[in-house]
Ligand binder design. Structure first.
Ligand SMILES: [Zn+2]
Ligand SMILES: [Zn+2]
Length: 220
């Protein structure tokens, strides 16, 4: 246990940062991910950049599969900084145990938990994503599940693909369907769902979206 703690994440922080706090949050995130997916084997490097020297222009965090490295830029809002780090650490974990996972699964799981006041909160409703989905649903432009999973969804409509992936993972986990499918996928490395399963899950996912929308409206 200690070994993994010390060696799994190699952090290079180019920003003045309380190292204890950084280590503490990384270890909190690591415990959460280990609990869900089991321990990792390969070492992952984490580079924390200043905003102005961040090497990627279209995002604030990135995970590089080929060199097993996380690039992230520092933000003073600690909850969003550590949420982004957790997002990229989830990618690292999934790539470590699955090789190259399907994009909807990778992004859906990476969005499932966030940091709030230094704690990992799984399953928080992402209001922005819910809104993106509702706006598309109103225009009848929701991407069908089969397209999200097997089509070119992330190139076709990136923000909708992220939102739908988040909601579909939320549905699978909260209706206790996730573990069974995930284990089968991990063990067989074959397609995550077959055609019949997608057909069967689609109306249930839509009904789930209605349910969480109604319950969120009730909370407002
Ligand atoms: Zn990078
Ligand atoms: Zn991502």
């Amino acid at each position: 246990m200690e070994k993994e703690k010390m060696f799994h994440y190699k952090v290079n922080c180019r920003v003045k940062f309380d190292k204890k706090e950084l280590d503490y949050h990384i270890s909190t995130a690591r415990e959460y991910l280990n609990g869900l997916f089991g321990k990792s084997t390969k070492c992952c490097s984490v580079e924390v950049f200043n905003h102005n020297e961040f090497p990627h222009s279209d995002c604030s965090g990135a995970y590089h599969h080929s060199c097993n490295k996380i690039c992230i830029y520092y933000s003073e809002d600690h909850d969003s900084f550590f949420s982004l780090l957790l997002h990229e650490m989830t990618h690292n974990k999934l790539h470590d145990i699955l090789g190259n996972p399907p994009r909807w699964l990778d992004e859906g799981l990476a969005q499932y938990a966030v940091f709030k006041n230094g704690k990992v909160i799984p399953g928080k409703i992402k209001m922005n994503s819910l809104e993106t989905i509702l706006n598309s649903a109103i225009k009848d432009e929701l991407m069908p599940l089969d397209y999200l999973i097997n089509g070119d969804s992330f190139n076709c409509n990136r923000s909708l693909a992220y939102a739908e992936s988040w909601s579909f993972i939320h549905f699978l986990i909260n209706t206790y369907r996730f573990n069974k499918y995930f284990k089968r996928f991990k063990d067989t490395k074959r397609e995550f769902f077959n055609e019949d399963e997608i057909k069967n899950l689609e109306p249930r996912w839509i009904a789930y979206l209605d349910l969480i929308t109604t319950s969120q409206e009730a909370c407002l």
